[in-house]
Ligand binder design. Structure first.
Ligand code: TYD
Length: 202
C-alpha cells in the first residue's frame, strides 16, 4: 500500500553551534508547533568518518556541491579557488567534518505530511546571510559563505535537514537503527489529518 503523506519522515541534526547556543528547545519547538511528530532523538559526538559518510551517501554530492560552489563564485564575479569541483568539495567536506564533530549534536527524525519540505522551509536557506527572517537560520545566526571562506571553515548554520525524501530515507538509516524509531500516534493528528473531523462534538 502507498504510504500516506503523514508518514513522510525527515532527518534533522542540530549541529554543535546549535547546542552551544542553547537553541535546542527553540528549534524543537518550531517543529512541534507546525504539527510534526518526533519519531526519534539522540545526542552524540559524531566521528569524522561518520560525517564524511553522511555527506557522501549521495555519490553525486561531491561533484554537485563543487559545481554549485564554482557557479556561486562566478555569479558574484569572483574567481573560484579551483576549477575542479571535486577539489572544492573535498575542502568543504574537510571543513564540515571539523565543524560537525566539534561537540555534541542532536539527531532527530520528524514525521508528518510533507515533513522534508516543511522542515526545510522552517530551517531557511543554507547561508544565514540570506536565509529569510522568520526561519530558524534567519532568526538565530548571522554567518556567511564569505566569512567562512576567509577563515577557512564551514558556514555555521545551526542545523542539517534532509533535502529530499530519498535523501531523508538514506540519512535516517545512517543515523538511526530501525528499533530507535518509535511508531506512535499523537492525539493532534486527528485534527491535522482526519477527513471528517467527526470526533469533536459530543
Ligand atoms: P549543501 O549541501 O550545499 O547545503 P544543504 O545541506 O543546506 O543542502 O552544503 C552542505 C553544508 O556545507 C551546509 O551546511 C553548508 C556547508 N557549506 C560551506 O560551509 N561552504 C560552502 O562553500 C558550501 C557549498 C557548503
Amino acid at each position: 500500500m502507498e504510504k500516506h503523506f503523514k508518514e513522510e519522515r525527515t532527518l534533522v541534526v542540530i549541529k554543535p553551534d546549535g547546542v552551544q547556543r542553547s537553541l535546542v528547545g527553540e528549534i524543537i519547538k518550531r517543529f512541534e508547533q507546525v504539527g510534526l511528530k518526533l519519531s526519534a532523538v539522540k545526542m552524540m559526538v559524531p566521528e569524522p568518518s561518520f560525517i564524511e559518510k553522511h555527506y557522501t551517501l549521495d555519490p553525486n554530492w561531491m561533484r554537485l556541491t563543487g559545481e554549485k560552489t564554482i557557479k556561486g563564485y562566478l555569479d558574484k564575479g569572483l574567481e573560484p579557488p579551483s576549477n575542479d569541483p571535486i577539489a572544492i568539495s573535498q575542502k568543504i567536506l574537510d571543513n564540515l567534518k571539523k565543524y560537525v564533530t566539534s561537540g555534541p549534536v542532536i539527531a532527530m527524525v520528524w514525521e508528518g505530511a510533507h515533513s522534508v519540505k516543511i522542515v526545510r522551509k522552517l530551517v531557511g536557506g543554507t547561508e544565514p546571510l540570506t536565509s529569510d527572517v522568520g526561519t530558524i537560520r534567519g532568526d538565530y545566526v548571522l554567518d556567511s559563505y564569505q566569512m567562512g571562506d576567509v577563515d577557512g571553515r564551514s558556514v555555521r548554520n545551526l542545523i542539517h535537514a534532509s533535502g529530499t525524501i530519498e535523501e531523508a530515507e538514506m540519512e535516517i538509516k545512517h543515523w538511526f537503527l530501525e528499533n530507535e524509531l518509535v511508531d506512535y500516534r499523537l492525539i493532534q493528528e486527528q485534527i491535522l489529518y482526519d477527513v471528517n473531523l467527526d470526533g469533536i462534538l459530543e
